[in-house]
Design a protein around this ligand. Structure first.
Ligand code: ADA
Length: 744
């Protein structure tokens, strides 16, 4: 019978660039004792500077084994970031590329004298043959999901095929309401063994079998995520030689371009969040406890879908999604920068194969995401063909689910990229990086009108919300908790009016590490979460979602961290899903408001010093203290030097001669496309120079890849994107420089 043991305790770890293809024979000085899960980037991956350790590092452990004849011994790696080389007793056992999927190695032939000296080189260094290489998150290195030892009989449910479980379950819901559970077992060295199955009272046998259930209990999302368990046994002569159990759920879904998502024949509008797997001071080396906490918070906000970005997550988390009834988008890290070489292409395919094979039985998953913002570097024909191959691969491996993609905001509404996958979503940051929050609705409407046959979702949208910043007049890019909340209020209104969207996913449920960032005075972090990186504080924006999504009644006072206010009166905003809410200030009744998710009590008078603010609805209440102070608290405003936006005032020094944008005949103007301007040598020089300036003022990082993509944009369009960050004077300056360059 199969035995699975954790090998997480007592490893030795060596950080540094040693020879990655030669296993160390023994531990020398400099090796550190560690337990798994482990990453070497827990601290340097989150502190900014884009200088976290990337490269090969070694793990080493000796184990005693007394293999019984006829048994096979496997090492199981639920993840090794980003690449791994595994050695046992000095001999190379296997290589793996991809930091997020399970792989196993049969080490039986490598065991010597009842011992295995295991050496694993994990490598998160730069490479051309593994994704991700460019993305807005830290690539934590290490054996961050632990290691297991599996002992099985020679005949066993397969352990070698792309890290899968060895049994695939495909529940088919029939028109008459009954279900056929199609089961397929993959067996190694089967010999005379037969396969027997049990699902509750139902039984079946054979490598392929079907169990018919007359009245199945459906997996019905958040309401009733019912799971069945399939027990599979490998039997010979009345003896069980191997057994596994697999959970599955019976459900149907469909997506309609006009009406959105359906679960089990009923409309089931999907609204939810994206999740990254890292945690403060732990990086990716988290345990079941952290996974559960994350899920509890996601359930608490009332989400019914999760985009598990931007890579394969832990089995533990997909299991939780099944148990909580979350509808899941699963994806591979084919992200941001397309690497045009055969090995990289092969890596997209192998990571996809692993994702699908390893997660096939999870009822929560409804779609496979083939890429995220992958056209940043342009829409290369080889990229399109890579995407199509991935799309076909998903369909070949899985006939029951759909394919999807997260498009870069700028992808043309009529691009062929929108017609590769079955459904699609866009990442939009109107109201943060560009434009204004009001631009989202019209964009969605125009897309829907132009593509009435396409199932559209919004896979990312969000903005930074840093707890220490506050304002009476929240503005885009002020990083305040208040702007973040306001932005999300507007996004929720936008979505409520557009029920044709098949899903919406907030970017992001949690703040996360991105060591290259320097945002709003916080180094190494993306602060777009509804909850802080340590999961300790739910920002105000969390509660507007809860008001829309959750049935659990609550009352939440906004602005509790905006504690010092220098005004005579102040507005008090409450998020709630109760119908009425009453406000008390220092015990005095300020009245009761009817509310539809938001209630605002305007111009509430404050007394000097402490004011106790209390919102009540029935037995529910929330309380906070606001201090009336004489001077505005300067710590609430982001300081220019902390903005990571050093040259914001560069335009002050610019010399302009006119006061408006002109369009002289024969010369370049802001109506010309960047690509056209770049064909002219002087134009090219100017664009390169301007990119640097725009990067500074607009705090947008315009990479070479992005520039490539922007070639089709006019300069006017760039102005639009920069929004308020591009002052009028700067626009005129750009226009005047262009007007000096003659078109040839
Ligand atoms: C992109 C990307 C995300 C995310 C986001 C942001 O859209 O897909 O990984 O980090 O940008 O916050 O800027």
């Amino acid at each position: 019978m199969r035995k699975t043991e954790s090998l997480n305790k007592d490893w030795y770890f060596l950080k540094g660039d040693t020879r990655r293809h030669k296993a160390p024979k023994r531990i020398k000085k400099g090796w550190e004792k560690v337990d798994l899960p482990h990453t070497w980037n827990a601290l340097d991956g989150q502190d900014g500077g884009f200088d976290y350790h990337r490269g090969p590092c070694w793990y080493y452990k000796e184990i005693k084994l007394s293999p019984v004849k006829g048994e096979e011994i496997y090492l199981e790696f639920p993840a090794a970031s980003l690449k791994a080389e595994v050695f046992v007793n000095g001999r190379h056992v296997c290589s793996h590329k991809g930091g997020f999927s399970t792989f196993r190695a049969n080490i039986t032939p490598y065991i010597r004298h009842g011992a295995a000296k295991i050496a694993v080189c994990a490598d998160n260094g730069e490479a051309k043959d593994v994704y991700p290489q460019t993305a807005d998150f830290t690539f934590f290195g290490g054996l961050y999901r632990g290691v297991n030892l599996i002992t099985v009989a020679r005949a066993h449910f397969d352990l070698d095929y792309f890290g899968g479980s060895g049994v695939s379950v495909t529940p088919v819901l029939n028109k008459d309401g009954s279900a056929d559970i199609e089961i397929e077992a993959f067996v190694s060295n089967q010999g005379s063994c037969s396969v027997e199955y049990k699902v509750g009272e139902y039984t079946a046998r054979g490598n392929s079998a079907v169990i018919h259930i007359d009245e199945p209990h459906l997996w019905n999302g958040r309401k009733d995520p019912y799971l069945y368990t399939l027990e599979a046994e490998l039997v010979t002569g009345g003896t069980i030689v191997d057994d596994i159990s697999v959970r599955f759920g019976i459900r149907s879904f469909k997506i309609d371009a006009q009406k959105g998502f359906y679960l089990n024949g009923r409309r089931y509008p999907l609204h939810g969040v994206s999740r990254h797997q890292d945690r403060e001071n732990m990086g990716w080396a988290i345990t079941e406890k952290e996974h559960r906490e994350d899920m509890e918070l996601i359930a608490d906000v009332g989400a019914n879908t999760i985009r598990l970005a931007h890579y394969q997550h832990s089995q533990c988390f997909y299991d939780l999604c099944d148990e909580y009834g979350m509808v899941v988008w699963a994806e591979i890290p084919f992200i941001s920068a397309f690497m045009n070489n055969p090995e990289a292409r092969e890596n997209t395919l192998s990571q996809m194969k692993e994702l699908v094979v390893q997660n096939y039985n999870h009822p929560s998953i409804v779609c496979w995401g083939i890429a995220n913002e992958i056209t940043i570097g342009g829409e290369d024909p080889d990229l399109i063909s890579n995407l199509k191959e991935l799309n076909d691969l998903c369909h070949e491996l899985d006939k029951t689910r759909l394919t999807t993609i997260a498009q870069l905001s700028m992808v043309d509404m009529e691009s062929e990229l929108n017609r590769i996958t079955d459904i699609l979503s866009y990442n939009h940051y109107f109201g943060w990086y560009m434009g204004s929050v009001e631009d989202n609705g019209p964009w969605i409407d125009e897309f829907h009108e132009k593509n009435p046959d396409l199932c559209l979702g919004i896979s990312e949208y969000g903005c930074e919300g840093i707890l220490k910043y506050h304002s009476n007049e929240p503005k885009m890019q002020d990083y305040s908790e208040d702007y973040q909340a306001l932005y999300h209020e507007k996004m929720l209104e936008t979505f409520a009016k557009r029920p044709f969207l098949w899903s919406t996913h907030v970017w992001n449920m949690f703040d996360f590490a991105s060591d290259m960032r320097d945002e709003g005075g916080v180094k190494g972090r993306n602060n777009k979460g509804l909850v802080t990186y340590d999961r300790k504080i739910k920002k105000d924006s969390f509660f507007i979602y809860k008001a829309y999504w959750s049935k659990e009644k609550f009352v939440h006072l906004c602005g509790r961290r905006y504690a010092n206010r220098a005004t005579e009166t102040t507005d008090i905003k409450i998020y709630t899903n109760c119908k009425t809410v009453s406000l008390f200030v220092n015990g005095e009744d300020m009245g009761t408001a009817q509310c539809d998710k938001i209630a605002v009590f305007e111009n509430v008078a404050l007394k000097e010093g402490e004011n106790v603010i209390r919102a009540e609805s029935g037995k529910l209440f929330d309380e906070m203290v606001i201090n009336k102070v004489s001077e505005p608290d300067e710590s609430y405003i982001l300081k220019q030097e902390d903005s990571g936006n050093s040259g914001s005032n560069w335009f002050e020094t610019l010399e302009i001669t006119g006061s408006e944008i002109l369009f002289p005949e024969g010369f370049f103007t802001v109506k010309d496309k960047i690509g056209e301007i770049m064909k002219n040598p002087e134009g090219l020089e100017f664009i390169n120079d301007m990119i640097e300036k725009i990067t500074e003022i607009a705090n947008i990082s315009v990479s070479k890849g992005m520039l490539n993509m922007a070639k089709g944009f006019t300069i006017e369009k760039l102005f639009d994107m920069a929004g308020s960050r591009m002052p009028e004077k700067a626009k005129i300056w750009v226009s005047e420089q262009l007007n000096k360059i003659e078109k040839k």
